[in-house]
Design a protein around this ligand. Structure first.
Ligand code: DC
Length: 229
């Protein structure tokens, strides 16, 4: 039997990658790999160990140690998409705060951290039948992925979605303006780092979800997957 495809979904924070990747994986019965969650776990572990995300050598050593002792574990979850464990502790909620999002962006700029997680990401996807979401899947992790999507949206639209999510989760959510500033700061960090920056692969299909519903976005992606298989 032919190998099932590797599908890469890259794009900036808040473009709807998680929702779309999850629906796509569910519809196709593919494995879902959320690579952003891996960087988030490193950011959380660094914070708990008392390291600032900018401390490159300490955070790199920590990321290597986490990978070596197989401390990161992911389980499929029907309500969350993926449940995330750090040393068998469920950190699925702890890694979804604005502070850890920013920390993940900062730790992900350290080449040693990227290197430590790269092999894990490749192992998770190598057999195909997988949807991987991140920033550099189509450019670095799987440059030969069968199908590549670059999902984006205007910063204001992304901030609006993120802000609505935060409001739904907690009463003391940051203001819209703060959320927009965070989105722009993270875009800037993720796009302008020297290693594996956020960039659309030349052969990726660009989808701007600013004016599209998630249903329409997923539908057009599924049509594309079906037309290529
Ligand atoms: O997708 P996310 O918001 O969970 O990702 C958190 C951060 O992790 C993001 O700001 C940049 C980093 N990241 C990365 O550098 N490469 C990836 N493949 C995925 C995420």
């Amino acid at each position: 039997m032919a190998k099932l495809p590797i599908i890469a979904i890259d794009g900036p924070a808040g473009a709807g990658k998680s929702t779309v990747a999850r629906r796509l994986a569910e519809t196709l019965s593919f494995i879902l790999v959320d690579t952003g969650a891996m960087y988030r776990v490193v950011a959380l572990a660094a914070k708990e160990a008392g390291h600032a995300p900018t401390e490159a050598s300490e955070v790199t050593a920590l990321a290597r140690a986490l990978v070596a002792r197989e401390a990161l574990r992911f389980e499929r979850d029907s309500s969350l998409g993926v449940r995330v464990f750090l040393d068998n502790r469920d950190v699925s909620t702890d890694i979804r705060t604005p502070d850890i999002a920013m920390g993940a962006s900062t730790v992900s700029a350290h080449p040693g951290v990227r290197d430590a997680l790269l092999e894990m990401q490749r192992q998770a996807g190598k057999n195909g039948g997988v949807v991987l979401e991140g920033r550099d899947i189509g450019t670095v992790v799987f440059p030969n992925a069968d199908i590549k999507f670059f999902l984006t949206a205007a910063p204001e639209v992304r901030a609006k979605r993120r802000h609505a999510e935060l409001l739904a989760k907690e009463g003391n959510a940051p203001s819209f303006e703060e959320t927009l500033a965070d989105v722009k700061r993270r875009d800037d960090q993720d796009t302008n780092r020297p290693i594996a920056p956020l960039r659309q692969a030349d052969d990726a299909i660009r989808i701007d979800s600013s004016a599209l519903s998630f249903d329409d976005t997923v539908r057009s992606m599924i049509e594309h997957v079906k037309s290529t298989s």
